[in-house]
Design a protein around this ligand. Structure first.
Ligand SMILES: C[S@@+](CC[C@H](N)C(=O)[O-])C[C@H]1O[C@@H](n2cnc3c(N)ncnc32)[C@H](O)[C@@H]1O
Length: 306
């Protein structure tokens, strides 16, 4: 797992490069025969980053040539594209629902090369705050500006480290704690240490007025610890990471109503199949912070997903 790298000089280095891999998968899905998402800006990012594995993933011709030489990678490439496509669709639908409910303040945690502030049809008066490492946000803004691509919202970059005091940076950028907010943490938890998970949920909660929305994807299963000497593909403090059940439990205890869908169910919803669905075990959770009125009749009838 690439670690968050304070010294990364550009998007192709450190954990920022994971955003490029996801953009490449979105680009591939966008030009596929039966796309479930449309992200015309993903290819713009891939091109601007220069040659790399992302170039191959994004381009169906290069990808086919690569797979012809390495047939064992076919399933992996397909799984990455399908996973990214359904994940993107889930968060797109979440934001579209939040906007329809009247929310005009959006916060995207670990925004990476997600171009929602540019590509979704936001209602007038919507502000989208994007939090990520400075190198990632600088690359994204500069790339789109150079192409003359304008945001479809009032888009605000908040360059920050999500392990540090990001609420101050967010509020200094104009965030209004009294307004309902739609938050997302898409493809992010895996890259943060456990104590940053605790703080992330506590901070989202503290900054959310009633009727705020929150969507996050979280690992669905606890896995064994990494054997000594094996490649470090997982964070070291596995036991303390937040898994889907922890997230829904915590949200319920703190006055949020949740719904959750497994990756398998989400793939089925869009007619996609990842043969070994366990490759990327994850649950997609959406939540709404209840108001005092809601709490008086909803009670505690919700069941967390594990
Ligand atoms: C896998 S990418 C997902 C990006 C985006 N949410 C998407 O789905 O396209 C993970 C993102 O988290 C960001 N990230 C990871 N750790 C971070 C940290 N400590 N502070 C700020 N951003 C971080 C990375 O820079 C990267 O853009």
């Amino acid at each position: 797992m690439p670690s968050t790298d304070d010294a990364a000089r550009d998007i192709t280095e450190g954990v920022g490069a994971t955003a490029l891999g996801i953009a490449a998968a979105r680009a591939a899905e966008t030009v596929s025969d039966n796309p479930i998402i449309h992200d015309p800006f993903a290819q713009v990012f891939v091109d601007a980053a220069g040659m790399g594995m992302w170039t191959v993933t994004a381009n169906p011709v290069l990808s086919a040539a690569f797979i012809a030489r390495e047939p064992g990678l076919r399933a992996m490439v397909r799984a990455l594209i399908d996973f990214t496509a359904v994940r993107t669709a889930f968060f797109d639908e979440f934001f579209s629902g939040a906007a329809q409910s009247g929310i005009r303040q959006i916060v995207i945690l670990g925004a990476g090369l997600d171009a929602r502030a540019w590509r979704l049809p936001w209602p007038d008066g919507t502000t989208v705050y994007e939090l990520d490492q400075p190198t990632v946000l600088e690359f994204k803004s500069a790339t789109l500006q150079q192409q003359g691509i304008l945001p479809a919202s009032h888009q605000v970059n908040v360059p920050t480290d999500l392990r540090a005091d990001w609420p101050t940076a967010l509020q200094e950028a104009g965030f209004d704690v009294s307004e309902p907010t739609a938050w997302s943490a898409e493809g992010l938890l895996h890259y943060l240490p456990a104590e940053a998970h605790d703080r992330l949920f506590q901070r989202v909660h503290a900054l959310s007025s009633g009727n705020s929305w929150f969507a996050v994807n979280a690992p669905s299963k606890r896995r064994g610890t990494v054997a000594p000497g094996s490649p470090q593909t997982e964070p070291a403090d596995l036991e303390h990471l937040w898994y889907a059940g922890d997230v829904t439990d915590w949200l319920h205890q703190n006055g949020w109503a949740t719904s959750a869908v497994t990756l398998g169910d989400l793939l089925a919803r869009y007619g996609r199949v990842i043969p070994d669905g366990d490759v990327m075990p994850t649950v997609f959770i959406s939540a709404r912070r209840l108001t005092a009125v809601d709490r008086s009749w909803v009670g505690q009838a919700q069941r967390p997903i594990r």
